[in-house]
Every structure is written in structure tokens, then in C-alpha cells.
Design a protein around this ligand. Structure first.
Ligand code: IPD
Ligand code: CA
Ligand code: CA
Length: 265
């Protein structure tokens, strides 16, 4: 295993032990609101601090982009960190949240870890080496028809500027697929596509730390990731479609009629 991936796993497990401990007494947590429907708890901050400390201990020269503390350092290596993806679920005791850590080298994703502490599921990938769930190789599903596909999504919940096109997309997808799910952690949704548990996924306006690790997991398990026109702008805009190659193409096709200029690449 690549030493940088080993370090990322160590960091994710340390963060997860903070998260697990805090999950035993949610009422004791102090929670602040960053904006409407956007909460941060002391757990997000403590988990992030532990991850950064672990990574910089091993690689002091590397740069960081982390949800709660932003950008630090300048390097060809950048760690992209969401210490707790699915904070709203976590704060409600709804067991669907994860730690997400990716490493980009000169802008290209090289290493990925998504760790689900509620199920002890560790998803990892290194570029060119495949994706694994708890040491077993994972692949995207083989389902070929959108009509048979189970598709994940995320509802708009703090920024409602794309609510109308989103609702039109959802309306269409409800009718064209076997089912739509909104689990509430984009990192885990993407890991589920990589593992073939979901056949596809789409969401508007995610952040880099929500998707970086999940995107490499999908690419290394034979899936495709793109923006709403199938291009590469998703990593910056967070407008993302993912899936096995067949379902990916059909989701793009289904969403096309609902694209506003702002949702094009
Ligand atoms: C959120 C989750 C959610 C997605 C949101 C994200 P957070 O991350 O990934 O599934 O719909 O857009 O912001 O805030 O819990 O880290
Ligand atoms: Ca997130
Ligand atoms: Ca988060």
C-alpha cells in the first residue's frame, strides 16, 4: 500500500474514534450554525484537527484544503479533507456519515479514503491501483438500464437558488429509475456507487471536500464522473453526475432538458 494512503487511513481512523465517542452523548455537544441549515459541531473541528495533525506529522511540507479551516500551505501535494460528511445526520443520531480524505498531486487525485465509522467500512483507492472496501476489490454495478437503476442524490438544503431545476430533475428521475435515495452524505453516496450499491448519483453544488475522495473511488472501480454535460468542471462547481458507464450516460441524457445556463459546464 502507498505510504501516503496508509497515513490517510490512520488519520481517518483517529477522526472516527472522536466521532464515535461523541455519538454516545449527542446532547452534550456544542453546535454552531454557520448559515441557514449549516451546522458545525466541536466534533467536526476536533476530527479535522486530528486529521491535519496526523497528515502534517508525516508530511510537514504538504498543503491542506479542509472544510472547517480552509487552505493552508503551498505544495504540489494537497490533502482535501471533510472531517465529518453528513453532519446533520450525525447530530440527529441518524447513522449515515463518514470521514473523507483525498490527496491530489499537481491537481490530480492520487489517494482516497472514505471511512464509515458506523459500519466500520473503509473505502480506499490509489490512482491506477483499483478501489477496495475493507481489503476487497470493489467495482461499479453492471446494471445497464436507467429503469432498473437505484440512484442516489442530495436535495438542496441551504442554497435554494437551483431548487426549480432540481425539482424538475427529481420529478423526471423518480419516474425513469427504479428508485431515488437521499442518504445525506455525499462521500458515502459516491462510495456506494463505487461499490455497486447505487448505480448512479447526481447533486448540485457540492464542495471539493465532499467529492474528491469519492470521485477517485468511482474512477478506480470502473465508473464515470462528470458535470451535467459530462465534462470535468464538477471538481470546481460541485455539479456532479456519477455512475456505472451505462447509467452515467442515461442520467446525463435525462437531466439535459432541465439544465439552466448556470448548470452547464
Ligand atoms: C453535506 C453532505 C450532504 C450533501 C451536502 C453536503 P456536510 O456535507 O455531503 O449529503 O447533500 O451538500 O454539504 O455539510 O455534512 O459535511
Ligand atoms: Ca460534506
Ligand atoms: Ca463536513
Amino acid at each position: 500500500m502507498h505510504p501516503m494512503l496508509t497515513t490517510a487511513i490512520k488519520a481517518a481512523r483517529r477522526a472516527a474514534s472522536i466521532i464515535n465517542r461523541a455519538s454516545l452523548d449527542l446532547d452534550a455537544l456544542s453546535v454552531q450554525s454557520k448559515q441557514h441549515n449549516d451546522f458545525v459541531s466541536e466534533v467536526d473541528r476536533a476530527a479535522e484537527a486530528t486529521i491535519i495533525e496526523t497528515l502534517l506529522d508525516a508530511y510537514p511540507q504538504h498543503a491542506i484544503l479542509a472544510e472547517e479551516s480552509g487552505h493552508t500551505g503551498q505544495s504540489e501535494y494537497q490533502w482535501i479533507i471533510d472531517p465529518l460528511d453528513g453532519t446533520t445526520n450525525f447530530l440527529h443520531g441518524f447513522p449515515q456519515y463518514a470521514v473523507s480524505i483525498a490527496l491530489a498531486h499537481n491537481g490530480q487525485l492520487d489517494q482516497a479514503v472514505v471511512y464509515d465509522p458506523t459500519r466500520n467500512e473503509l473505502f480506499v483507492a490509489s490512482r491506477g491501483k483499483g478501489a477496495y472496501l475493507n481489503d476487497r476489490r470493489i467495482r461499479v454495478s453492471k446494471r445497464a438500464r436507467l429503469a432498473e437503476a437505484l440512484v442516489g442524490t442530495g436535495f438542496p438544503f441551504r442554497d435554494f437558488s437551483h431548487l426549480d431545476p432540481y425539482m424538475a430533475m427529481l420529478r423526471d428521475m423518480l419516474q425513469k429509475t427504479a428508485g431515488v435515495r437521499r442518504p445525506g452524505s455525499a462521500a458515502l453516496d459516491l462510495a456506494a456507487v463505487a461499490a455497486g450499491r447505487l448505480d448512479g448519483f447526481w447533486e448540485i453544488g457540492l464542495s471539493k471536500w465532499d467529492i474528491a475522495a469519492g470521485c477517485l473511488l468511482i474512477q478506480e472501480s470502473g465508473g464515470l464522473v462528470g458535470d451535467f454535460e459530462g465534462n470535468d468542471s464538477y471538481i470546481d462547481t460541485g455539479n456532479i453526475v456519477a455512475g456505472n458507464p451505462k447509467v452515467f450516460a442515461q442520467i446525463l441524457h435525462a437531466l439535459t432538458p432541465h439544465l439552466t445556463p448556470a448548470l452547464r459546464s
